[in-house]
Design a protein around this ligand. Structure first.
Ligand SMILES: Nc1ncnc2c1ncn2[C@@H]1O[C@H](COP(=O)(O)OP(=O)(O)OP(=O)(O)O)[C@@H](O)[C@H]1O
Length: 268
């Protein structure tokens, strides 16, 4: 599988002196579903922000598809950012606009000057946006205002907007942190299915260890800005959990459903 994203000895020191990333090295291949886990403040969001240069790294190199992100500016940086979709904990929708208009915003990176400014989308764009909303079970809400939706529905719109952009890589910053357990499951299922079908590589920051274990093809564990685990979910044993969280698995809050299912599979 082709390499898509590479972090080589990446460090980040914020202006207040906090060293958020220390010598971080990893590579993500096309089609992977990578979860980044770690306690609050361990550097998960900083990693995602470094991918599309929302922050400037202090050292090392981040490359996307062989292109060094740090060196990109202006038009080249915009082109690179088109390749990277984003999904946020708080959805980042424009609540005064309709669901369909929010999804169409995913095309903006591809639209030049006047067309972009006035939001002149093509009929083809609209058809694609409606199809995407259909795939996410949201077709009947196309013309509702985004403000009228539930949290889970808002996040589906967030997914549709990101996929509309036709990214190679999707960065999801705690996509289920504001959702109830049932909506969280729906969103994770949709994220996995939508990205698998389109071969979109996915990087997801998660606070829920059980969710990371269930959905990821690979998990990266951070502690104080350093990678202390990088491997398959079934390699994440108690030793590494303790290294990441500084406490045992028993002391972590886990969603009952997944754990029970794993236990019963062990007994079968
Ligand atoms: N803009 C900033 N300026 C200064 N320090 C920052 C900034 N952003 C993050 N930090 C610090 O960098 C460290 C890593 O933060 P980061 O947000 O990447 O962690 P995180 O693992 O995503 O945390 P959480 O799970 O709480 O979102 C923390 O100590 C944080 O306080």
């Amino acid at each position: 599988m082709k390499s898509l994203l590479k972090f080589e000895n990446v460090s980040k020191k914020y202006p207040n002196g906090v060293r958020a990333l220390k010598d971080v090295c990893f590579e993500v291949k096309e089609g992977e579903f990578v979860s980044i886990i770690g306690p609050s403040g361990s550097g998960k969001s900083t990693i995602l922000r470094a991918v599309n240069k929302l922050i400037t790294i202090s050292g090392g190199t981040v490359s996307l598809d062989g292109v060094s992100v740090s060196e990109q500016r202006g038009k080249n940086l915009r082109r690179l950012r088109r390749e990277v979709g984003m999904i946020f904990q708080n959805y980042n929708l424009v609540y005064s606009l309709s669901v369909l208009q929010n999804v169409l915003h995913g095309c903006l990176g591809y639209m030049g000057g006047i067309r972009g400014v006035f939001g002149r989308y093509t009929e083809e764009d609209k058809k694609r946006a409606i199809e995407l909303l259909g795939e996410l079970g949201m077709e009947k809400y196309c013309y509702n205002r985004a403000s009228d939706l539930s949290g889970g529905q808002k996040q589906r719109v967030g997914i549709a907007r990101a996929v509309m952009q036709e990214p190679k890589l999707l960065l999801c910053d705690e996509p289920i942190a504001s959702l109830d357990p049932s909506s969280a499951k729906t969103i994770m299922d949709l994220l996995r299915d939508m990205t698998q079908r389109r071969n979109i590589t996915c990087m997801v920051n998660l606070h829920q260890l059980d969710v990371a274990l269930k959905y990821s093809t690979r998990i990266i564990g951070l502690s104080k800005g350093e990678i202390v685990f990088d491997g398959a979910p079934d390699e994440l044993n108690d030793y590494f959990i303790e290294r990441i969280y500084g406490t045992s698995k028993e002391n972590l809050m886990m969603g009952g459903e997944t754990v029970e299912r794993e236990d019963s599979a062990d007994c079968a």
